[in-house]
Design a protein around this ligand. Sequence first.
Ligand SMILES: [Zn+2]
Length: 267
Amino acid sequence: MTLKKLLLSLADLLMPRVCVVCGRQLISSEKHLCMSCMADLPLTYFEDRTRNPMADSFNKRLIESGLEDHGYQYACALFFYSSDSGYANITQALKYRRDFAAGKIFARMLGRSLARAEHFADVDLVCCVPLHWIRRRQRGYNQAEIIAREVWRELQGRRGAGDAEGVRFEPGLIRRGRPTRAQTRLDASRRASNVEGAFAAARRAGAGWRAAGSGRREAEGAELPRHILLVDDVYTTGSTLCACCAALREVFGPDVRISVATLAYAG
Ligand SMILES: [Zn+2]
């Protein structure tokens, strides 16, 4: 037994680690999830299907919001859950208990599944649903940003060194202009009105974003993205993501594709 394994076993004796889903004590080779919960993780495989229940729901929401004339947008989540399932603990641990390690593992799994999927291959910018600055200060972090950063790392890693453009990560691209009520206790129509118009995408000073192929070469300018990936922790009704999408459309116009990705699908 290596020293590291010995120390881990000793630490498990003194402070037993438990499975984030079922609460069972973990053995030394397990991390965050026991083997049986990992084997039963209800993966969606949405990344392999351009049309899937989450994408259908998101596109329906876009149509209801008057954002329909931009084509069918892609959407993907790593796993299914309902609020009474143990798998809900994965996102709750990240959101409420500062358990970043487990959340990051699943975020990387999500990133790898997107990196393999053909229709996410041209994503060139990753951003996330923001918290209002007051809530961000209270919580100390934004769980969607933690997920988005891991997803971005996986996408960037797949591009290889030959791709000079790479994938940009812009966690501060969208900001929440006003605080909104927690969505969890609201029904679908109240969720939509709660977040409508609550977001704005940052307009870079002057010509910070220049149109691709426009020939303008401002030193500070960045080429307009073609495919933005918007990341959040859980997809429920899509209201928040749709409101963020509207904010991105205001800045980037009708031609940019905006896809969404979340850890969990609770639709
Ligand atoms: Zn378990």
